[in-house]
Design a protein around this ligand. Structure first.
Ligand SMILES: NC(=O)c1ccc[n+]([C@@H]2O[C@H](COP(=O)([O-])OP(=O)(O)OC[C@H]3O[C@@H](n4cnc5c(N)ncnc54)[C@H](O)[C@@H]3O)[C@@H](O)[C@H]2O)c1
Length: 266
């Protein structure tokens, strides 16, 4: 329930990147439903505005801002805007990401760089520009970096994506230590989703079926690959993110939270 006093993240201000679609949207909705004021950002303006107005219609507090996570100036102005309008920042969900499937032999350097710029540089910039305002806000903070099961295990025809997500995993642990050393109360964790139904699969699936460019049959894929036999939905990830962002996780930092129906167990 949204409101001044109710909710597991009540009173906190959250920034969610890639919040217009899929997992980011699910996280924005969940955090707002549990009382946070949510600034969701993306490059898909229409979907982003729709997500924010949907949250408001459900009684939550949310606003949309256009924000390309690869643009350092945009990070500075988004964080400055949050400071000006809300006075503080408690939660950062570094979620924006893309997945480019296909043989590494066919990947252009431009695509490699684009994927790395969004998935890894974007996470670095988010951490760099958010920590100063979190420290100034007092009360600690929670940063969640969206990695993947592809940051834990290799995957044929997804090498570039795996490189970015593996990078996010160790970047997270290193920043967690830096914040712990600084005694600033900021916790930094990575989340590793398995097979979750979102539009990202339209581009990732070229890893499985070369040349394909439509949504794959995730039910069939999950029945074969996921020990629990079913795909996940954005809310499965949002529930974990909510816990990491709440004070219930006050002693948790540098953790890799795997939410994958058992995908990485074998
Ligand atoms: N869906 C899965 O199965 C799965 C599994 C593991 C990890 N993930 C990760 O979860 C995160 C969210 O992906 P999703 O599955 O919800 O996909 P999605 O495509 O639904 O959402 C990704 C969002 O990021 C935005 N985005 C892309 N480039 C951007 C940029 N330069 N600046 C700002 N926003 C940008 C897109 O517009 C989109 O709204 C990604 O980091 C992805 O790698 C997804």
């Amino acid at each position: 329930m949204a409101g001044e006093t109710a909710g597991r993240v009540a009173g906190k201000v959250a920034l969610v990147t890639g919040g217009a679609s899929g997992i980011g949207r699910g996280c924005a909705e969940k955090l707002a439903a549990e009382g946070a004021t949510v600034v969701l950002t993306d490059i898909q303006d229409e979907l982003g505005r729709e997500a924010a107005s949907g949250i408001a219609a459900a009684g939550g507090r949310a606003e949309y801002a256009r924000h390309d996570v690869t643009d350092e100036d945009a990070w500075a102005s988004v964080v400055a805007g949050i400071k000006a309008r809300h006075g503080r920042l408690d939660i950062l969900v570094n979620n924006a990401g893309i997945g480019i499937g296909g043989s590494i032999l066919d990947m252009s350097l431009a695509d490699w760089r684009r994927q790395t710029a969004i998935n890894l540089d974007g996470v670095f910039l988010g951490v760099k520009h958010s920590i100063p305002l979190m420290r100034e806000s007092g009360g600690g903070g929670s940063i969640v970096n969206m990695s993947s099961v592809a940051g834990l295990k290799g995957s044929a025809n997804l090498a570039g994506y795996c490189a970015t997500k593996g990078g996010v995993r160790l970047f997270t642990k290193s920043v967690a230590l830096e914040c712990a050393n600084a005694r600033d109360g900021i916790r930094v964790n990575s989340v590793h989703p398995g097979l979750i139904e979102t539009p990202i699969w339209i581009t990732v699936q070229a890893a499985i079926t070369p040349g394909a460019n439509a949504m794959p049959d995730l039910d069939a894929m999950s029945a074969m690959a996921v020990p629990m036999g079913v795909k996940g939905v954005p809310e499965d990830i949002a529930n974990g993110v909510l816990w990491l962002c709440s004070d219930e996780a006050r002693y948790v930092t540098g953790m890799e939270m795997v939410i994958d129906g058992g995908l990485t167990l074998r």
